[in-house]
Each structure stands twice: as C-alpha cells, then as structure tokens.
Design a protein around this ligand. Structure first.
Ligand code: NAP
Ligand code: SF4
Length: 674
C-alpha cells in the first residue's frame, strides 16, 4: 500500500530501509549525561518501530552555541561514552541515527551568545556579539570537529542545522547579517558560512558518512531569504558534500504558525516540491505530516524523496511498522498540540507526548503484563478512561468500560468540533481501534451505578467534568448558554459575549468566528497568515488577509493579565493572533453585573472615572459561559462506602487546570500499576 514510503533509499555507502526520517526533537534528555540510558531507550524503541533514519536533538559545536547554559554540546571525546550508549542501542535494533549540530547563535539564552551581527532577537533578552572573522573560521572548524566526534561515537551521520533562525540561518538572511566583510554584504558572501561548514564537515568525515543539511526553504520573517538565494544555497551545499537536504520552515521568531494543529496538513510541502528539481540529492518534506496516506501521496507525486516527522514518532514509535503491516488505522496520531513536547522543551522540562505519555519515559512508565488478572470497571470514556481501560486490557486484565453517552471521547468530542482541531478525531479513531484490538468490553449509553460496580476487583472513576455555572445574576436568562451546548450546535446570535478566556473561551471564539475551518482550506489559511511566495516576497511573508468574521465576538475575563496567558507556550500566541485577525474584542478586568434582555451588564476599568470603574452594557444576543469546570465524581462516595477499591482519574480527580495531557498520563500510569 505504501510503495513509495517504504521503498529503500540508496545513499551510496548506506541504504536507508524506507523514506521516513525522524526529525530532530530536543527532548531535554540530551542535556544530562545521566539520562543517556533513557535517551537510548527512547531512540531504540523508534528504531525497533522501523524508522529509516533518526536525527537527535541539537548538540552545540561549542559553548557559545549552547541553547542555554550547559545545554547539550559535542565538544570533546570525554562525552563519547554516553553517545555510544545511544548509537549502540539504535544499531542493535537495526536503526540508523544522525546527530544534529546546532549552534543557537542569537537564540542562545545566555550572555555568551554570538551572531553574524549584533542584532537582538525579538524573543530573547540577550544581545549577541557580532562574530569576528577569526571566530567565524573557528566556528566552522568546531562544526567539523563535532562531526568527527559524532562519527567516532558511532553515529551514521550528522545534520547541520541551517534553518529555524539559528546561527547558520542568521548568516544567510539580511535580517540578521549586516556584515560587510567576506561573510556578508551579498547573497554569495552570506551563504559562505553555511557552505564552508558543510565542506569542512565533509572533508573531516570522509565520503562514507551521511551529512544532512537542514535548509530554510521559507524563513517567514521580513528580510529573510529570496527563493533565488535559497536555490543557490541548496546547489552550493550539495556541491560542498551534503548527502540529503532536509526542509526547515520558519524562524522561531516568525509570526506565522508552522507546526501547531491549526496549520493545514502538509502546508509547506509545495516549497520542498519546488526545490527538488533544482538539486540531484534527496530532499525531505517536513511540517505537519503525520499520516501514511498523506506521506505516500506526496512521495508518489514527486514532491520529495523522504518525509520528516518528529512529533508523530513521539506519539507512536511503531508508526512505520504499523503502516508496513497494513495496520495504519492503529496509529496513535500526533494531533500537533505541542502540549507535552515543545511546550515542555521550552520550559526546560523533559519532552513527552500528550497522547503517548511513555515518550521519552520508556524506562519509567513500563507497561508490563499483569501478574494477576483482575476484573476492572472503568467508568467514563473520555481521554483518561480510554487510556486507562485500553492499557489495563493490554496488560491482560478483563475490562468493562462504561460510557453514559452514545460515543467515546468526552471533552475530545467537543474539541474536535473547533475549527483547526480536526486532528482530535484521530485520537478517537485510535481509541476505537485500540478498544477493539485489546478486547475492552465497551458499554455505550450505559450509566454505571454503584450496585452494578460491586462485583469488580477495581473500579476506575473517570467520569470527567461538567461546565461550571458561575454565580452570575441572570445566568438562567435564555440568552445564556454553557460552552458544551454551543459546541454541540445550539443556536447562537450574531453578537456574542464569551465569558472566561481560558483555553475553552478561545476555542469557543474560534468556533463562533468561522463557517468552515480555515485549516481545511490551505489557500485561505496561507492568506490569513500572510504566507507569500519567496520568489516575489523576501522570506515568504506578505500582508495578512483574513476573511471577515462570521459574528461580532467579545472575549471577557476578570483578570487584568493578557488574555490567554495560561495557554501553551508555543500555541498561545497563535490563538491570540487568530482572534486578532477576526477583530475579536478583548475585555479584561471586568466585573459581571447581570444578564437581561438588553445584554450583558459589566463594570469595567476606566482611568478617567472617579473611582476607576464605569458601567458598560454589551448589547449581545448570546452569552456563552466558558468559566471552567467542576469534577463529576458522585460515584466515588457510594463505592467507597460499599468497600469497593475505587480510583479517581482525569477531570473527575481535579477539574482545575484539567488538560488531556494529565488525564491520559494519569490513566496510563494507574493502569500500569494495577
Ligand atoms: P480555565 O482555563 O480555568 O478558564 C476558565 C476561565 O473562566 C478562567 O480563566 C477564569 O477567568 C474564568 N472563570 C472561572 N470561574 C469563574 C467565575 N465563577 N465567574 C466568571 N469567570 C470565571 O478553564 P477552561 O477554559 O475551561 O479550560 C480547561 C482546561 O482545558 C485548561 O486547563 C486548558 O489548559 C485546557 N484547554 C486548553 C486549550 C488550548 O490550549 N487551546 C483549549 C481548551 C482547553 P477570570 O477569573 O479571569 O475571569
Ligand atoms: Fe504531537 Fe501533541 Fe504528542 Fe507533541 S504532545 S507529539 S504535538 S500529540
């Protein structure tokens, strides 16, 4: 079925067994020598799952290139032991692995940072020093030395990180390279640094070693590179000795989302397709590729020679093996939420995966066959209950899963209705299959009462949450609706006030603004985010042209902090910008007075008013309550009273700050213990 995806790739000195490259993902395990065993287990599991070539997280070639103080680097043979643990484990599973060489440049979060020019990045407080010509040469030599060390450590290759706005990319773009010496001033001189790194690396490692160059095909920042410059770079990098060109899209400071769930699948593969005829080495397509059919189609169309996926292989280490075995419908699909991977990385927490809490925790969260088979009832088929029930059944327990609704999914069913969150359906498809495969007995439309649960050895209460109704005067007015009813399709007027600006408030705004999901229309999406053609617009950025909003929407909160301050580090800004594109009016520091036939009455801050506040009436047709949730765990007390061994997980345990990451992890951890 996947002839192109599973076709071997002959690189001359080595044959990759298929066209899947696991892209670099910094897990945090790279930064500490004591985590080498965990890192080895993480990669070994993915090698066993059949990935053709894996790329490690980034290792700096010198101290100035550290992402943060004492972050991962490869500077001396003293650390080779820990690398050999990784490469040995990967090779034992028949896999191949390349080490990524990443110099952070002005993205380095420390005072030693350096760049082409002394221009501070908008996302980093540290101003870099401009590298002297001698430092530029030493840095090139450092890349070559690290590549040799990687070779000694047993890696099959290296990847030179030339994209995402890191140092090499900073040399390439006029935005960050204002030099007038031999390393700047013209496109030829700006690309000299990148080309000389590849040449030095190739000369140092010899011909029988993979050298991947990650090329920025779209910088997505003003004063980025033109397409002509990018093609010239690709050809020179090839001539300098690169084996493969991997695609990079967007700088970290770009205001265009490139990987979050609302980015259409394969949104940037057109750029790789355009590069491919310009070079004769294999090119890799990247960003928002998560599905074997999609990957096969783009390879069959000749858009690329390989596909790169990082997060999808965190979500399912057996992605390739399942595709190969005709079991693609069993893949645990990455839903591009970033919640446990990149949001963790940016907070210096070990990365994992929301839908697969074992990712990067393979040695800690072990799911082994149960010593004694038990009868277990799980009540509630939301993310927590689903994870728990299926893991229990995998371990050999006899599991009944009770769900009062007509289908599985809980809060995920609501999330999947939000434009841009279509991927959440994949998790439900995955659990549907996993329930069938593991033999969980699913009882839909069945409310499990305490009497029914008496005969089980263990009962897991995963009954989730209910929307919180605040003590708002007029909360029973017909214009007031809870968020779940709105997402299920209740009639909503043209002017709406959304009360509560947490994740759900933002989701509800998005739902109310669109007739159709922009994520499913790549051209509309590109226009909304100002993605242009780099042949005509430097960096591939152009003016934002969002379609008109379907409704007038107000988003309110009592706090005076930024709206959505608690959203994910790597996705919150996208949600805020999307609302801005559609003129959602943000109100902060409000006091809710009442709802009546006229609308929503508020008191709002006003520095001109004598007491700093004034009354305001929002003339809206509908008020949607997104004011958090309360736990549903009425079952617990009677079960405990009856002496039943009961466990509470997910939103039923703690509703505050509930997210599916905790729910799935808690469900899996409990199931691994019972
Ligand atoms: P939430 O984040 O707790 O937000 C609810 C908001 O309602 C609060 O920020 C609070 O803001 C307001 N509120 C609470 N009690 C209120 C009251 N009595 N009266 C008036 N306003 C009140 O909860 P959520 O939005 O329901 O989200 C639940 C969880 O799902 C969150 O942990 C979130 O991480 C997750 N989630 C995330 C996303 C995402 O990242 N895109 C999307 C959906 C859900 P004020 O006190 O300032 O008014
Ligand atoms: Fe994908 Fe979300 Fe898992 Fe990251 S946390 S790998 S984005 S599903």
């Amino acid at each position: 079925m996947y002839d192109h995806l599973l076709a071997p790739l002959d690189l001359g000195h080595v044959v990759l067994k298929n066209r899947v490259l696991m892209g670099s993902m910094h897990t945090g395990l790279e930064d500490r020598g004591r985590d080498a065993g965990r890192l080895a287990a993480y990669f070994a599991e993915r090698a066993r799952g059949g990935v053709g070539l894996m790329v490690t997280g980034g290792y700096a070639p010198n101290r100035t290139g550290w992402l943060f103080p004492t972050a991962s680097d490869l500077r001396s043979s003293r650390t080779l032991g820990r690398h050999r643990t990784v490469t040995g484990a990967v090779h034992a599973e028949g896999g191949r692995i390349a080490l990524q060489l990443l110099h952070a440049g002005r993205y380095a979060y420390h005072p030693l940072s350096q760049s082409a020019s002394a221009i501070k990045a908008p996302i980093n407080p540290f101003r870099p020093r401009a590298m002297r010509a001698g430092t530029v040469r030493r840095t090139i030599a450092d890349f070559a030395r690290s590549a040799v060390l990687a070779q000694e450590a047993g890696y099959d290759g290296v990847e030179v990180m030339g994209s995402e706005g890191y140092l090499v990319n900073q040399f390439l773009a006029p935005r960050t390279n204002r030099r007038t010496d031999a390393w700047g001033g013209t496109p030829e001189r700006r690309r000299r640094f990148a080309v000389e790194i590849v040449r030095a690396v190739r000369e140092a490692v010899g011909p029988d070693f993979v050298v991947v160059y990650r090329i920025s095909l779209l910088d997505l920042v003003e004063d980025g590179q033109t397409w002509e410059e990018t093609v010239a770079l690709a050809r020179e990098v090839q001539a300098a000795g690169a084996t493969i060109l991997n695609t990079g899209i967007g700088w970290h400071e770009s205001r265009v989302p490139t990987i979050v769930t609302s980015v259409p699948r394969g949104a940037f593969t057109w750029a790789t397709a355009r590069l491919r005829p310009e070079v004769s080495i294999p090119v890799v397509a990247s960003n928002r590729i998560n599905d074997p059919d999609q990957a096969e189609a783009l390879l069959a169309a000749g858009d690329a020679d390989l596909v790169s996926m990082a997060r999808p292989l965190l979500a399912d280490p057996e992605w390739v093996a399942k595709a190969q075995a005709g079991r693609a419908d069993e893949i645990n699909t990455c839903i591009a939420c970033n919640q446990a991977c990149l949001d963790h990385t940016f907070r210096k927490k070990t990365a994992s995966c929301m839908v697969n809490p074992r990712a990067a925790h393979e040695t800690k969260l072990v799911v082994a066959p149960a010593a004694i088979e038990r009868r277990v009832a799980v009540v509630g088929a939301g993310p927590a209950g689903l994870a728990c029930a299926t893991t229990l059944a995998e371990r050999g327990h006899a599991v009944d899963l009770f769900e009062s609704g007509p289908e599985i999914g809980g809060q995920f069913l609501l999330a999947a209705r939000v434009p841009g969150k279509e991927e959440f359906r994949e998790t439900l498809r995955y659990y549907d299959r996993r329930i069938a495969r593991t033999g969980v007995a699913l009882h839909l439309g069945t409310t499990a009462d305490p009497a029914r649960l008496g005969g089980y050895d263990e009962v897991v209460v995963a009954t989730g949450v209910r929307p919180r109704v605040p003590g708002l005067v007029g909360a029973d007015h017909p214009s007031v609706l809870p968020y779940d009813e709105v997402l299920r399709g209740a009639a909503v007027g043209d002017r709406v006030a959304v009360v509560g600006a947490g994740g759900i408030g933002f989701d509800v705004c998005t739902f109310l603004l669109h007739d159709a999901s922009p994520t499913l229309d790549p051209e509309a999406w590109a226009a909304e985010w100002g993605v242009g053609d780099p042949a005509t617009a430097r960096g591939g950025v152009t003016a934002v042209a969002a379609p008109p909003a379907r409704r007038e929407v107000h988003l309110l909160q009592r706090k005076t902090t930024k709206h959505g301050a608690g959203l994910g580090r790597t996705s919150g800004w996208v949600h805020r910008a999307a609302l801005q594109h559609h003129d959602v009016r943000l109100h902060g520091g409000v006091t809710y007075e009442r709802v009546d036939d006229d609308g929503l009455h508020l008191t709002v801050p006003d520095t001109d008013a004598p007491d700093g506040r004034r009354a305001e009436l929002l003339r809206v047709d509908t008020v949607v309550l997104c004011t958090g949730q309360d736990s549903r765990r009425e079952l617990l007390a009677p079960l405990e009273a009856a002496g039943v061994r009961a466990h509470v997980i997910g939103g039923a345990d703690v509703a505050a700050e509930l997210d599916a990451k905790r729910a799935i992890r808690q469900g899996t951890e409990l199931a691994a213990r019972l």
